[in-house]
Write a protein that binds this ligand. Sequence first.
Ligand code: G1P
Length: 271
Amino acid sequence: MIKQAIIPLAGLGTRLLPLTSILPKELLPINGKPGLEYILDECINAGIKEIIFIISNKKKIIKKYFYNDKFYKKIIKKKKDKRVKFEYNKILKYKNKIKFIYQNKPLGTGDAILKTKNLISGSHFLILFPDDLIIKKNCSKEMILLYKKFKCSIMASIKVKREDVSRWGIFSIKKKINRRNFFIKDVIEKPNKKNAPSNNAVIGRYILPKDIFKKLEKQKKGVGGEIHITDSIRELIKSDYNFIGHNFAGKYLDCGTMKGYINSSLEISKL
Ligand code: G1P
């Protein structure tokens, strides 16, 4: 079963500057809660028991959100306000499930994930990218159910506009399973319009095998000089590992840009 999840949180968040010069983007409030909490709610409700946060020295304040200092702890404990109590208790509950690991140089998603190698115990694990909020339906839960059935790797996906393919990991389909699921033939990180194999984009939810670490250890830098998880996934596909692309049922909100961040608050306030 999938019991562990990784959340990479060491990114610099430059697209949301100057806000992110004082607060990590994952702690910026979306309709009254840090964006990160929606991601945590999703994994906990999907049955995840342990979450690994990849942070950096610059983003230690994320740890502080879960380990309140004594000063605020005392005040919060005396509070009668239901919302404050609920949120505080939730943070305490989540705190016990979180492990912290550091990536101090932003060398890419692949490099970040490799840092967790010695903490992963099961054959497969879940990754959630905090920029990608999925609301209305729990995408991780859907993917874990799919994993139970097919016992292989899974990536969340949506169709994007042809002119936007260079923003995403793009995959081609080997075989359709049903309306929402496909076996993947190949995946390319941020291709240009000309060499994009389709307009099926990877969204930040992955169920990956532990064997990805062997590929990551040898992974060379890719587009933009970064080590991408997508390139190691490609290597696994070449070595005949099955990957399913899952067109999730929920609604996707991109919180990594200012426009998307503002829109996500609006969308969530309507729920
Ligand atoms: C990352 C992945 C990319 C994926 C995207 C989803 O890109 O490398 O393959 O499509 O997340 O959000 P990033 O957002 O880090 O540029």
